[in-house]
Design a protein around this ligand. Sequence first.
Ligand code: ADP
Ligand code: MG
Ligand code: MG
Length: 211
Amino acid sequence: TKESADMLYDMIKLSMGRLIASENELNDLDKESGDGDCGSTLARGAKEILKEIGQNNQPGLPVDTPADLALSLARIVENSMGGSSGALYSLFFTSAAGPLQQDVTGSGWKRALKEGTDTVMRYGGARPGDRTMIDALFAAVTSIDENVSSCPVSVMETAVNAAVLAANSTASMKAQAGRASYVSAERLKNPDPGAVAVTLWLQAILEILKT
Ligand code: ADP
Ligand code: MG
Ligand code: MG
């Protein structure tokens, strides 16, 4: 519907804005655990997405067809980001498109998030507890799976809280995947940048859902 397309449009704009605003913070986290570019990589992808999103009533990203939207996001991040995040988010969006071909209700979005997360785990090899973006994503998926509420806002709010807790808990995890696995555990004191980034875009989606 027009209404859900407008909402998706706003969700993308706010999510991308938050990632761009957090570029330095995420780079600083990645300086501790990796090569310091996670914020810049995500901000570059976010700016490309904003460039392609179009204006209200102008052609841009296909926000009225969620599966096509997910495939467009996959293409944009694949072409603009690079790095681990670029490859992993491209896989995430490509997989998320599947369930959205059939079902654009809440249960379709729920399956999209789950399939995207499963695919990143399958190809990236990281499991929950390995100190990656998977910690935040998996916590959100699990929370949504276990939630019996029929109110989307409350389901999303609980999921965001779970993701934030999981992202914070990466601070005390030993890294088992990505560049951070080459850094000694004593040097890793702050949360994983990829996990924090997941909480930023989930939080933005929640804020729009609440409007
Ligand atoms: P790069 O190491 O290529 O510079 P980025 O800086 O773009 O990668 O992204 C780093 C983030 O990617 C990490 O903070 C982590 O959350 C995530 N990450 C790295 N490797 C994996 C993996 N195998 N599975 C899931 N997430 C990963
Ligand atoms: Mg990096
Ligand atoms: Mg890099």
